[in-house]
Design a protein around this ligand. Structure first.
Ligand SMILES: [Zn+2]
Length: 84
């Protein structure tokens, strides 16, 4: 399993769904604010969470974690490529 958040594509410190892909951490993504194992449990949930995030202007849940020069479009490509 990859390290990227299913919703926004941000690489996490540990795989959001565990090494086996079946054990979500239930952590909150510092970028889109999704809870792993909850919002991202289904494709429809991922889509909804991603749309909510876009409606908030791709705001960071934890603004302090946002890197300088961050680009949501580049990061989102991670999510779209890995998760369809
Ligand atoms: Zn995220």
């Amino acid at each position: 399993m990859g390290l990227a958040c299913f919703v926004c594509g941000l690489a996490q410190g540990v795989p959001p769904w565990g090494d086996d892909g079946k054990t979500p951490t239930f952590d909150i993504c510092p970028c889109c604010g999704s809870e792993f194992g909850y919002e991202d449990a289904t494709d429809a949930g991922v889509f909804r969470a991603r749309r909510r995030w876009s409606e908030r202007g791709y705001a960071w849940e934890d603004p302090k974690a946002r890197p300088e020069g961050w680009d949501f479009g580049v990061q989102l490509q991670n999510a779209l490529q890995k998760n369809g």
